[in-house]
Write a protein that binds this ligand. Structure first.
Ligand SMILES: Cc1cc2nc3c(=O)[nH]c(=O)nc-3n(C[C@H](O)[C@H](O)[C@H](O)COP(=O)(O)OP(=O)(O)OC[C@H]3O[C@@H](n4cnc5c(N)ncnc54)[C@H](O)[C@@H]3O)c2cc1C
Ligand SMILES: NC(=O)c1ccc[n+]([C@@H]2O[C@H](COP(=O)([O-])OP(=O)(O)OC[C@H]3O[C@@H](n4cnc5c(N)ncnc54)[C@H](OP(=O)(O)O)[C@@H]3O)[C@@H](O)[C@H]2O)c1
Length: 260
């Protein structure tokens, strides 16, 4: 949460497009200033005004490509949430504030090496991976790109068609075979989807077995994004297997981002 009373430097963007996946999940696009740059995996701070005129700022991972003219985001709707209860009432043409610079270190340059990029996400924790998967260097650098998206029910597994279409993107079509998408639904049994929380799937080996790719210190690199509890438990499950948090000064295998 970020309730800073005001942002140091911000501009006002226009809401260009809204897609409602379900009553509690939506995507939206806003206009982008030419000077707004980001690295895939980073987030922006978006601001809306409350009825009393005070701004409320929240962090949002970009889901769009670095070259898109707009910025796209994937959002939960929290019924009484200070930001999202207002966001969900907006329409195309309305205004949203955005801080002048992108933030964050949840980027693939956290890893010095590696062969298999495991992108583990729950709920809207998928968001940063959508930008990372629209970055040509991701496709060139890794041999396997494994997206593991975990939600309560399949209705919440958004962006499946968009992820599948990335395989045929002209910039990296010859590498399209590298992408593996593994859905997980914890409160529904669905053919093709795993049916347990990610930390458990890591601990009991069923994620590796289902994807057909064993974890190894030399080859596997993990990005973890989701609720703070999910990030903590997944991180712990991987640490118990010998993997370590990657830092710029000491590159290793794991990068984490709490989705709130
Ligand atoms: C680095 C970073 C990146 C983020 N990226 C995104 C993003 O891409 N998409 C997005 O929807 N949110 C993202 N968030 C969360 C976002 O900043 C807000 O918390 C969220 O939009 C809800 O705002 P709110 O004011 O309505 O509710 P808040 O008062 O912020 O949150 C109320 C409660 O709702 C729950 N909650 C908050 N966010 C989520 C979520 N994303 N999924 C499930 N439950 C949640 C938590 O229990 C929280 O305590 C990110 C947060 C951080 C720190
Ligand atoms: N109004 C509605 O209809 C409705 C419906 C769903 C959710 N909500 C609310 O919306 C908010 C967000 O829900 P969400 O489903 O997007 O996010 P979420 O509760 O974080 O769940 C997303 C996925 O993460 C899993 N998960 C939760 N905690 C975990 C942990 N500690 N470790 C590993 N995995 C974990 C969940 O598994 P589990 O299924 O095992 O929890 C689920 O598969 C919640 O506050 C919820 O109450 C409302």
């Amino acid at each position: 949460m970020d309730d800073t009373p005001d942002a140091p430097r911000h501009t006002t963007a226009t809401l260009l497009w809204i897609r409602r996946w379900s009553p509690r999940l939506l995507s939206f696009r806003i206009s982008r200033e030419r000077g707004f740059r980001f690295v895939p995996g980073q987030f922006a701070r978006l601001g809306l005004f409350k009825e009393n005129g005070a701004p409320v700022w929240r962090a949002y991972s970009m889901t769009s490509a670095t070259w898109d003219e707009h910025l796209e985001f994937y959002s939960i709707v929290v019924p009484d949430g200070a930001f999202t209860s207002r966001l969900e009432k907006l329409g195309v043409g309305d205004e949203i504030m955005i801080e002048g610079a992108a933030n964050g270190f949840f980027t693939t340059n956290r890893f010095a090496d590696g062969r298999d990029l495991w992108m583990l996400g729950t709920g809207t924790g998928l968001a940063p991976y959508l930008a990372i998967l629209q970055d040509e260097s991701t496709w060139l650098r890794f041999e396997r790109l494994i997206v593991v998206h975990c939600a309560r029910v399949t209705e919440d597994l958004a962006y499946q068609d968009e992820i599948a279409a990335l395989r045929d993107h002209p910039l990296w079509a010859e590498h399209g075979h590298k992408l593996i998408y593994q859905p997980v639904a914890t409160r529904e049994t669905v053919p093709g989807a795993l049916h347990a929380r990610i930390p458990e799937l890591v601990r009991d080996g069923s994620l590796e077995a289902t994807v057909g790719l064993p974890f190894s210190l030399a080859d596997s690199r993990f990005m973890i994004c989701g609720s703070p509890d999910m990030v903590r438990d997944t991180h712990k499950a991987l640490m118990d297997r010998g993997f370590r948090l990657s830092r710029l000064a000491a590159p290793a295998q794991i990068a984490v981002e709490n989705a709130w």
